[in-house]
Ligand binder design. Structure first.
Ligand code: SF4
Ligand code: SF4
Length: 511
């Protein structure tokens, strides 16, 4: 194999091969994938183990010239890169652990209680309706059938996530769903959790009291300081930023008064990146730090909903996004080194797969993805979609991701729907051209909805796929950081992968 030091983009699988006994050192390589990053080469194994070597060492490995006594031999043996050192039983156990989500059934149920929203965001993925729109809310009768359907899933864990529109615009239905689900759960005894994705501007003390009493966790959008946030999130007659910030602080104070651990109990926030945010990475992160928010999720735009119409004004290339993300991430890592605890969630999700065998629970970064089998979305009229993004495509006029409705479908019919099966097949990285040979396969995920919207079919084409590029460049940056071997940075990144269940904060209080 020719040495290609300096090449940055090769990603190939190296399989065990018969070696010439004369040159063979005694060690046989297991299958691994590799990717060149400058003059270094990242090797990754099926179980997510990885190591970094230089170009010369790589040539020795591929030629089978590494044997007992060589410095690399022990590292390769420990990471499962040598056949004779492979503990098959342990490997099977780890493989099972890393893919444990495959055996679970649908646990995330996204319920759109209204299509109406009081804010107007230039990048809205949900194609909101104005507040005056009639027939845009989920009725209590439909909500009851939604909850009945949710409890048909055999999953021990059930997470109900309220989305919109702005869910607080139809609080009566939201309240009904929480109370009815809790009532059913008295006999079902599932691990039931509620999440609310809200812009917070329709919050009041009465609603908040209910949400806190029923442990409904809240997540909001925060696009940085007021000028940046309000530029893309318009609230008629007010400031969307002032509303969001005021309630983030109020809710944090309420959690603290209840004695709950602020690391676990706080309003989560995410940044939906537009081209208007470029050049402001530090200011945005500083705003999160100022508000005591422990996690920032720097999310790229999807070409869906209003964002597809305003793409010229808000959109960008994968390279442009990655340059912004890298600047923000490097700054966040430096803040952590200086003692400020804040996590970038996108990086943390990849790191959970790179540094641990645990499932991060994020259905978009796994193989197969979670459409139908990990999550289901229920629109306000009771129609069921593979996932919230599939529902967004329906709002753009294409029902391809609809898999049933709460009036006429059974849970087994939904879960066995041909669209769920097609997405399962088209998101299995192990069989996708490009992905199956990619060094980053153990950490990655593809999105058939994104592929369909951007490239016209569920499978997509990796070489021209912007989402693939974003994942690949993000992983390049993370491996670049990890391969530098700075122990302090490594400790920060390892801390980001620790998953503490929020129930723990309550168990500790004896509740
Ligand atoms: S989608 Fe992920 S696994 Fe597939 S080629 Fe791109 S970076 Fe690699
Ligand atoms: S199709 Fe895309 S959005 Fe839907 S669950 Fe899969 S990865 Fe997520």
């Amino acid at each position: 194999m020719a040495r290609r030091a300096g090449s940055i983009s090769s990603t190939v699988v190296v399989k065990p091969r018969a070696l010439d006994p004369a040159e063979h050192s005694g060690a046989r390589n297991a299958t691994f994938r590799f990717r060149r990053l400058g003059d270094r080469v990242i090797l990754t194994g099926e179980l997510g183990d990885w190591m970094v070597v230089d170009a010369g060492q790589f040539e020795d490995i591929v030629a089978g010239r590494i044997g007992p006594g060589d410095a690399l031999h022990e590292e390769m043996a420990g990471k499962g890169f040598l056949i004779e050192a492979l503990d098959v039983e342990k490997a099977v156990e780890r493989y099972r652990r890393r893919h444990s989500f495959v055996g679970r059934s649908t646990y995330l149920h996204i319920v759109v209680v209204t299509l109406r929203c009081n804010e107007a965001c230039a990048y809205c993925h949900a194609s909101r309706e104005p507040m005056s729109k009639k027939g845009a809310d989920m009725s209590v009768a439909t909500a009851k059938r939604v909850v009945d359907m949710i409890f048909k899933s055999p999953s021990r864990q059930i997470a109900i996530e309220f989305q919109g529109g702005e869910p607080l615009a139809n609080f009566e239905t939201l309240k009904f769903i929480v109370e009815y689900a809790e009532e059913l759960n008295e006999t079902e005894r599932r691990d039931l959790q509620f999440f609310l994705v809200t812009n917070l501007s329709l919050m009041d003390e009465k609603k908040l009291g209910f949400l806190l009493d029923h442990d409904v966790l809240m997540c909001t959008s925060l696009d940085g300081p007021a000028g940046l946030h309000d530029a893309f999130r318009k609230l008629r007659g007010g400031s969307a930023h002032a509303e969001a910030v005021g309630w983030i602080q109020r809710i944090g104070e309420k959690y603290r008064r209840k004695g709950l651990d602020p690391d676990l109990w706080h309003v989560d926030a995410l940044l939906t990146t537009t081209q208007g945010h470029f050049g402001h990475a530090h200011e945005i992160v500083d705003e999160y730090v100022r508000l005591g928010i422990k996690t920032i999720h720097i999310r790229a735009l999807n070409p869906m909903g209003f964002a597809s119409k305003t793409w010229k004004k808000v959109g960008y290339t994968a390279e442009e996004f990655l340059s912004f993300w890298r600047e923000a991430l490097d700054y966040i890592i430096q803040l952590n080194l200086d003692g400020v605890e804040i996590i970038e969630r996108g990086a943390a999700l990849f790191l959970a797969r790179i540094l641990t065998d645990e499932d991060h629970g994020y259905v978009d970064l796994r193989s197969p993805c979670g459409a139908g089998i990990g999550q289901i979305a229920y629109d306000q009229d009771g129609k069921i979609y593979t996932c919230d993004e599939g529902r967004m495509v329906a709002r753009m006029g294409d029902e391809i991701f609809m898999v049933g409705d709460v009036d006429g479908s059974t849970y087994p019919e939904v879960i066995a729907h041909e669209c769920v099966r097609a997405i399962g097949i088209s998101s299995c990285l192990e069989s996708l051209p490009g992905c199956r040979d990619c060094a980053y396969m153990p950490y990655c995920g593809v999105c058939p909805v994104y592929n369909y919207v951007s490239q016209g079919d569920f499978f997509g084409q990796r070489p021209t796929n912007e989402r693939c590029k974003m994942n690949m460049f993000a992983l390049d940056h993370l491996f670049d950081i990890l391969s530098k071997g700075d122990e302090n940075v490594r400790r920060v990144l390892e801390r980001w992968t620790i998953q503490k269940p929020r129930s723990k904060g309550k168990e500790e209080l004896g509740r």
